[in-house]
Design a binder for this molecule. Structure first.
Ligand SMILES: [Zn+2]
Length: 121
């Protein structure tokens, strides 16, 4: 379980923590490359969705009574950068250098992103 997930679960009401832990435990270990990549994509899509929702709210705030000093176009530029970062950071294939055993290139994950160049052997 990631540190972020530990904090997420800790923030839940006590009656929901056990269920949340159980839910994560069942899919804690990826069964295959496809499973790993599918799960990674799902988590990235989740964050992307949250970002889109936040940007929608931000635009409403910028156009509303209190948003006078909030410059939505600047926030949009930042959001575009985050979207771009998310797109480039999602693991998309097995690391060819180490054949998923873990190396410096893939930071011991066994996977690389589409944006990463072919590793030098
Ligand atoms: Zn590697």
């Amino acid at each position: 379980m990631t540190q972020a997930r530990v904090h997420e679960v800790a923030a839940l009401p006590p009656e929901q923590q056990a269920a949340a832990l159980e839910e994560k435990e069942t899919d804690a270990k990826p069964k295959s490359t496809d499973d790993y990549l599918k799960r990674a994509e799902k988590e990235f899509n989740h964050v992307q969705k949250l970002l889109n929702e936040a940007m929608k709210e931000l635009r409403l705030l910028a156009n509303g009574e209190f948003g006078k000093y909030l410059i939505a176009s600047i926030a949009n530029t930042s959001a575009k950068q985050v979207r771009n970062l998310l797109r480039k950071s999602v693991p998309s294939s097995r690391c060819k250098r180490c054949k998923s055993k873990g190396c410096v290139v893939c930071q011991m994950s066994g996977y690389i992103t589409e944006g990463m160049s072919e590793p030098i052997s």
